[in-house]
Every structure is written in C-alpha cells, then in structure tokens.
Design a protein around this ligand. Structure first.
Ligand code: AMP
Length: 401
C-alpha cells in the first residue's frame, strides 16, 4: 500500500458535530457474557476522549461476533456499553439498533460531549455486503466519519467503507494512525537492519507476505510449521511434520530470491520433534538433517534460538508475525517465548519492535511481555495485508491530507 498522508482527526472541526466512529469492539466474552479482555475497548479510548473533550457528539458503531445478518441476543453490544462507560467515567447510551427512527431520535437528543453506542452492525446482512442504502442510513445521523477500527480496515463493509461516500470529511482515528505509523513505517522507512520473523502453521497463508518482505528486509527469519516445506525443498526428510507439497517448489524459489537479493534467510538448524500432536507427547531435540520417521517438528530447537538471537542482535527494526511452534502446548512454546524475550531486549536497546496481530500477540501476552514491545497490532488480518503491500479499503476510503 503506498503511503498515504491521511487527513488527521486533530485537524477536524468537531465542536457540536455528530461524529460517526467505527470502532472494533469485537471483544471476547466468557460463557456468562462477561468481557474477558477489554484491550480493544481501551485501544479506542484516545479517539473517543479526544472527540468528547472537543465537544463532539460521539456515535460509536462496531461489529460483534458473527451473527450472519440476524439479530442474535447473545451478540448484542450491551456488555461493551457498560464496560466503555466504566472506562470513560461517563454514561454511554446504548441503542437497540444501528439504523432507524429510534436511533435518529436518540441522536437528536444528544448533547455535545455525549457518547452513544449503536447496536451490532452485523445484525444486518447489508453490512458485510457494503450495501449503499444501508451505508446511507448509517451515515444519515452524522456529520463526519472517523474510522478507528484497524482490525476490520481490510474489509470493504458498509460501516468501514460504504459510509465514507456519504460523510465528509472521513478521517482516521488515533488508533489507525498509530497502526499505520508503525506498520507502514517499518516497511517503508525503517531504521536498518530490518528483520522480519515469520512463523505460523502454513507457507500458503504467508506466501504473499514473505514475497513482499523479501523486497524490503535485510534479514528474514522463518519458524513455525512452514519451515518443513523449506526443508523438503532442500531434499531433507521431515517425518510427519506439516508439509504443503504444492508449495515445495515455491519454497525453493523463495530461497533463491533471498540469495539473489542479498537477504539473510535464517532457517532453524534444529527442531523439537514429538511422537504425536499432543501437549504431553514425547519430545526430543534433533538437527534438521536427523528428523526421525514418524515424528513431527513442533518447535524450533535451542541452537536455532541462539541462531535467531544472534541474527536479531544488531537489528534496529523487527516485525514479527506468527509463532515459532505450537506454543499452545507448553512443551513446544520455548521458541516462541525466546523470540518474545529477544524482542523485549531489543526494545530496551532502542529498536522498534512490532508484533503483528493474532497468535503472536497471544504468545507475547502469555509470556507477559506485551508492554515491552514498541507496537502490538490490534489487527491480525489487517496487519498482514498491510505488510503484504495490499490496499486496505477502510483506509483507502479516507480523505487524504
Ligand atoms: P498462523 O495462524 O498461520 O499464524 O498459525 C498459527 C498456528 O500455527 C498456531 O496455532 C500454532 O500452533 C501453529 N504452528 C506453529 N508451529 C507449528 C508446527 N511446527 N506444526 C504445526 N502447527 C504449528
């Protein structure tokens, strides 16, 4: 995605304005309907508080779960409104719908600095279809638009893209600004050396990002299940490890491309193998040329950890996406934990460390190092697409500065 100077929220005229703010309040709930992690609500606070303190009437919209275009009572945003009100220290009016007369009259009664939360936009199938009439109905209650839902910015939905055709200006909130500053900054104007660490289960889901990153990075470290496709490409036996046969040739090409571009490609030299895919499986560490038949690689080994640490030691910018092993099982979480620790150390030395969304974030949180990263993205899919160089429709639709 070409770097785009977005019209900033701080330049907008806000006093007395009705501002439609798309946030990502898709938080996890437990079986009793209690919020178990309010990170996403907290992440939207700077934008909301900036708006209220500048006299705007704040109309918040979000999706929640996958109700598939129908009203599902367990996917109402009511618990979110309660939590948000506690965090803001002011009351939040919760609407029972996201469009219609009742919503319009609630908003007509709002005073400057008030906050209202609309009901789950995905109760309407028109949301994900980016239906123009529905977008217009959403927009009809507001004067301007702020998108602060980075996690859904890669989707062209009515509340992320459609509404921008009916509201002017449409600007980025502070969370999206921060996400772009770190993620785009890392690939477009990084302090070098720049390293990317890519892990996760499959080569297939990370192919585009690996290809794009090979054009940008100085070092590429690969871990997770995808390494075995690279080993197969080198003619090694990988036992029962995860291999995507149809990507073996591509893995070979990627290695060649790295060489051609002078990118240091770091592949683990040893792995922890297991006799089955289970938390209590028997495990042993072997060199990658000695993976026994019938065993599967579930983590990178101790030599590889050292190899990764030394490759990262002089890096000034590091982007990390995807775990190094099956970190959900403690026995196979050491590689992922070690990478998290290395990044924390690098942050301490002044490097910029950026963790892409999804599983790597869960891993960093599991080891309690989340606050020692320069930036943790709130969007798994969106951050990956941004690193892949794709245009995110929810961001492309905003006004340029
Ligand atoms: P992704 O969503 O592609 O980032 O993949 C994350 C998943 O990859 C996690 O659930 C890990 O358990 C899994 N994973 C990491 N390493 C391996 C491996 N060696 N074999 C199988 N799965 C793995």
């Amino acid at each position: 995605m070409a770097k785009k100077a977005l019209n900033s929220l701080s330049a907008a005229d806000l006093s007395g304005k009705r501002v439609f703010v798309r946030v990502d309040f898709n938080v996890p709930l437990d079986e009793q309907g209690k919020i178990t992690d309010d990170t996403r609500i907290r992440a939207a606070l700077p934008t909301i508080q900036y708006l209220t303190s500048n006299g705007a009437k704040v109309i918040l919209a979000s999706h929640f779960g996958r109700p598939k275009g129908k009203v599902v009572d367990s996917m109402r945003l009511t618990p979110v409104a309660t939590r948000l009100s506690e965090l803001l220290g002011q009351s939040v009016t919760k609407c029972d719908d996201c469009i219609g007369d009742a919503v319009a009259s609630t908003i007509a009664g709002m005073k400057d600095g008030d906050v209202a939360l609309l009901e789950n936009v995905r109760f309407y199938a028109e949301e994900e279809k980016n239906n123009p009439e529905f977008s217009q109905k959403l927009a009809s209650v507001a004067d301007l638009y702020v998108n602060d839902a980075f996690g859904t910015a890669h989707r062209a939905h009515a509340s992320t893209e459609g509404v921008t055709h009916y509201l002017n200006p449409s600007v980025a909130g502070f969370l999206i600004e921060k996400e772009l500053q770190y993620l785009q900054g890392a690939i477009e104007e990084p302090q070098r050396p720049l390293a990317a660490i890519i892990g996760g289960s499959k080569v297939s889901s990370k192919i585009t990002v690996i290809e794009t990153l090979l054009e940008k990075v100085d070092k590429l470290l690969i871990g997770g299940g995808m390494i075995f496709t690279f080993y197969r490409a080198r003619g090694l036996s990988v036992g029962k490890s995860l291999v995507e046969d149809e990507y073996v040739e591509l893995a070979q090409k990627l290695e060649a491309k790295a060489k051609e571009r002078g990118v240091e490609l770091v592949l683990p030299t040893d792995v922890v193998v297991a006799d089955n895919f289970a938390p209590d499986a028997n495990a042993q560490t072997v060199s990658i040329s000695n993976i026994p038949d019938g065993w599967m690689g579930l983590d990178i080994g101790p030599d590889s950890i050292k190899q990764f640490e030394s490759a990262l030691a002089d890096c000034k910018t590091v982007i990390w996406n995807g775990p190094m092993g099956v970190f959900e099982f403690d026995k196979f979480a050491k590689g992922t934990e070690a990478v998290a620790k290395s990044l924390a150390t690098l942050t301490g030395k002044g490097a910029s460390t950026i963790v892409g969304g999804g599983d790597s974030v869960a891993a960093v949180e599991k080891v309690g190092l989340a606050d020692q990263m320069s930036h943790i993205s709130t969007g798994g899919g969106a951050s990956l697409e941004l690193l892949e160089g794709k245009v995110l429709p929810g961001i492309a639709a905003l006004n340029d500065a």
